[in-house]
Design a protein around this ligand. Structure first.
Ligand SMILES: CC(=O)SCCNC(=O)CCNC(=O)[C@H](O)C(C)(C)COP(=O)(O)OP(=O)(O)OC[C@H]1O[C@@H](n2cnc3c(N)ncnc32)[C@H](O)[C@@H]1OP(=O)(O)O
Ligand SMILES: CC(=O)C(=O)O
Length: 542
């Protein structure tokens, strides 16, 4: 059966740029356009040439090899001809294959915001499309507030779509600009629009103000629209636009859509989607949404023991699509909600061999549950979990032991009379029976402790020189005077390997120190550092 073509229009660099807190540089835009081109979207809307210097410069050279590079603008201004409207001419001068113009389609907006007659607005749409087509651009009109407009004055909203198509536009796009339209309304209104304009010329541009951006886009496709506008990770004005990182896997993997429609995203590109989504968040300098459908770190994670046991027998029992298809991975988490199946799966993942019948596995499971009840969270601290497991199975050498530590925080005047807060730490460790005392100053007490601990570990020093702490998170559990502090520390070896450790205590310094010691111990283990003298002596039965 031949499938119908469905077109993806990405507006990350235009509507996504209208997200509060997002500010793309020219370099960002160039990089994102490349990512989108590689993904296989059909159109990349790069911005509004003429609206700001970055967007204007971005359109000074074509920025995509495959996707149609699209300039955004608005229909010509009232009271001017298209040829005499500098804004419109700026858009038409931009180096783009396609142009997308926003037009009013709600009578209320035409009268209130533009202050012109309904007929004049239809004229603006026609004249703008004709000018763009004459300039050789594939042309589309984003009918702003189409659904609200339809509810207020259906024949006028439909007349706007018709005016665009009759004047030569390739696409007339129905926008749910305020994001307040329900799925049922979208389905009914798009079906009406598809009775006036052929569906293969209709697009949908949905916003997520009711959390319905994706659902409304799918409803529009079911009702006849053949272009979907959306953004990477659902960026966009207010609550965002329809999320392409959710829509693309749905269109490719769900039989209802995959059997009827074809999109230009290949299976290989789909398998890079999780990575692409996370790289994009990296570029935005914000944490990736762990709970994002398909691409979030938790999208295929399960804590529940009953689920884990079934997944190990057959992943389809609890997975709606294979995680690998979108470049994600399955995670069976160890926690107080899990059973032996979770534990054995996680042990295998962190490279610890264990037998289901080994009684030490039961002891370890009970220990994990007991420590989770105290506040530890091993699902997010794989290195501390690996150490706990290896210790329970008798497989962690005693590299060093900590005799004591002391931290001092002092506010004082420095040599030039400025008031400064100074943190100093002293750590006493024993390596091969030899005590080693180190002191360090840091920008805070935990930093001072970290520096002191890693300053001199005797013969283990060469194994930890490349260790760096990259993140430090504190969570106060149960609040008040009974508060317990959980600290998570992320470390790296600078070679791309990173690991997370956890510490728990009523005292934040104690909790931090526990996580720091685990981090150093884990590094020694990973680096294959030889066991200490006491461990060797014990191993030899001394
Ligand atoms: C729903 C959407 O997301 S549409 C996209 C919205 N995105 C943006 O607005 C981002 C980029 N915009 C800008 O940088 C600026 O608004 C510019 C450069 C486009 C225009 O700036 P200015 O000339 O200073 O105008 P300003 O922003 O104050 O007002 C917009 C003007 O466009 C008019 N206008 C709005 N929509 C349209 C339209 N579809 N067709 C014609 N004119 C329109 C308004 O009536 C207003 O005109 P007025 O100044 O005569 O009242
Ligand atoms: C055009 C557009 O971004 C909107 O109507 O939401």
């Amino acid at each position: 059966m031949t499938r119908e073509r469905l077109y993806l229009f990405d507006t990350t660099l235009r509507d996504g740029a209208q997200t509060a807190g997002v500010d793309f540089t020219l370099q960002d835009k160039i990089l994102v356009a490349r990512l989108l081109d590689g993904l296989g979207v059909d159109y990349v809307e790069g911005g509004f040439p003429g609206a700001n210097p970055t967007d204007t410069e971005f359109f000074s050279a074509p920025r995509t090899a495959r996707a149609r590079f699209t300039a955004f603008g608005m229909t010509k201004r009232a009271g001017r001809s298209a040829s005499n409207d500098p804004g419109l001419q700026g858009v038409l001068r931009a180096e783009a294959q396609a142009c997308c113009f926003v037009a009013k389609s709600w009578d209320f907006h035409v009268v209130e915001a533009l202050g012109i007659s309904l007929e004049e607005n239809l004229g603006q749409i026609r004249e703008t499309v004709e000018a763009s087509v004459a300039a050789g651009r594939e042309t589309m009109i984003d009918c702003e507030h189409f659904f609200d407009g339809f509810k207020a004055n259906p024949s006028y909203a439909l007349a706007c779509l018709e005016a665009a198509i009759d004047a030569g536009a390739r696409w007339a796009v129905m926008c749910d600009t305020n994001g307040g339209t329900t799925v049922e309304e979208v389905a009914a209104i798009v079906a009406r629009a598809a009775g006036v304009v052929p569906g293969e010329r209709l697009g949908i541009h949905a916003h997520d103000d009711m959390g319905l951006g994706v659902a409304n886009s799918l409803a529009a496709v079911r009702a006849g629209a053949r272009q979907i506008q959306g953004t990477l990770n659902g960026l966009g004005e207010r609550c965002g636009n329809a999320n392409l990182t959710t829509l693309i896997p749905t269109l490719k993997l769900k039989p209802e859509f995959a059997e009827r429609f074809e999109i230009a995203v290949s299976d290989e590109a789909l398998a890079s989607l999780s990575q692409l989504s996370r790289s994009f968040d990296e570029l935005l300098n914000r944490p990736a949404n762990r709970y994002a459908p398909y691409v979030g770190v938790n999208a295929f994670a399960t804590k529940a023991g009953i689920h884990a046991s079934a997944i190990l027998k057959n992943p389809r029992t609890y997975e709606h699509v294979p995680p690998e298809s979108v470049g994600n991975r399955r995670r069976l988490l160890v926690s107080d909600q899990g059973g032996k199946s979770n534990l054995l799966a996680e042990l295998a993942r962190v490279g610890v061999e264990a037998d289901r019948g080994d009684p030490r596995v039961d002891v370890l499971l009970a220990l994990v549950k007991e420590r989770e009840a105290q506040g530890y969270a091993y699902e997010g601290a794989d290195a501390s979990f690996a150490l706990l497991a290896r210790r329970a199975l008798g497989r962690v050498p005693d590299y060093f032991s900590v005799e004591s530590f002391r931290v001092m925080v002092e506010r004082r005047h420095n040599a030039v009379g400025e008031l400064v807060t100074v943190s100093e730490a002293v750590v006493k460790v024993v390596v091969d029976g030899e005590p080693l005392i180190t002191a360090a100053e840091g920008i805070g007490p935990v930093n001072a402790l970290d520096l002191a601990l890693r300053k001199d570990l005797g013969r283990y020093q060469p194994f930890i020189t490349d260790l760096k702490l990259t993140d430090y998170k504190v969570r106060i559990l149960n609040g008040g005077t009974e508060a317990i502090t959980r600290v998570l520390i992320e470390s790296t070896d600078g070679k791309g390997e990173s690991w997370t450790t956890v510490g728990v205590s009523p005292n934040i310094i104690d909790a931090s120190f526990e996580a720091l010691v685990d981090s150093v111990t884990y590094k020694l283990l990973r680096a294959g550092a030889p066991a200490g003298a006491s461990s060797l002596a014990e191993a030899c039965g001394a």
